[in-house]
Design a protein around this ligand. Structure first.
Ligand SMILES: [Zn+2]
Ligand SMILES: [Zn+2]
Length: 244
């Protein structure tokens, strides 16, 4: 298995990113990716980009150096009631929305609270991708079956990313989530969470996990261009009337 696109990347538009958009796109091209999506943080995180950044995203080239460029956001969850930090009126400029928990937006909570937060996010029609929910299980643990079933019912896609794998506690939770995605037929996305041009498209740890767990490849949205194009079209269609 290999990936054809990376929808979770950061650039120097946010202070902890260390490459330009151009470097990122050129590296994606070198790695043979069909598409790259840029997904900066919102300002629920101290070094997110201002809302004005999203206001002008509709002016981006949709293709650059032969690579399809997708406009995303990693919208921090800013409230334990399951709210993301993103103004609805800018969402029409985006190809997709990732919702993630980060310790610099919300510090930690008990298992019941995090479970209910993810169930709230599952019901938000603005959210397309659940970002790295297996990361930091010491702070953000949740009832896996309950939450993954809620993601299925809410039509969400669960992301695994390279930066969340490699530590035993994180791996254990990610593998458990991956197994649950297989059990409930929930689509998944592999992302690098790259903050440097060199790591765009990184996917080795995620692919090893998916193959070890035996998750069917048909569930991996960005392992196939046609599948990803259909997914993007379905997101667009589903959200076409949401933000008018
Ligand atoms: Zn993140
Ligand atoms: Zn990220």
């Amino acid at each position: 298995m290999k990936t054809v696109a990376d929808l979770h990347t950061h650039t120097s538009a946010c202070p902890h990113g260390h490459c330009t958009r151009q470097e990122l796109i050129l590296r994606a091209k070198e790695r043979g990716l069909w598409a790259v999506g840029i997904s900066e943080h919102t300002q629920a995180c101290p070094d997110g980009v201002p809302m004005a950044y999203f206001e002008k995203m509709n002016n981006w080239l949709t293709e650059s150096y032969g690579v399809r460029v997708l406009r995303g956001v990693e919208s921090d969850i800013s409230d334990w009631r399951g709210k993301i930090f993103m103004q609805r009126r800018y969402m029409k400029n985006l190809d997709y929305v990732i919702a993630s928990l980060h310790r610099n937006s919300l510090w930690a909570a008990d298992r019941l609270t995090v479970t209910s937060t993810w169930c709230g996010i599952a019901e938000d029609p603005a959210v397309d991708i659940i970002g790295h929910c297996g990361r930091d299980p010491d702070r953000f643990d949740f009832e896996t079956d309950t939450v993954i079933r809620a993601f299925r019912d809410g039509g969400k896609t669960v992301e695994f990313n390279e930066s969340s794998l490699g530590k035993p506690a994180h791996d254990k939770k990610c593998y458990e989530i991956c197994e649950a995605c297989g059990k409930y037929g929930v689509p998944v996305m592999i992302g690098s969470d790259s903050h440097y041009a060199r790591s765009v498209g990184a996917s080795a740890n995620c692919i090893r996990m998916i193959e070890t767990v035996g998750l069917p490849e048909e569930l991996v949205i960005n392992a196939d261009r046609d599948r990803l194009e259909k997914w993007l079209a379905s997101v667009k269609e589903r959200k076409s009337t949401l933000f008018d």
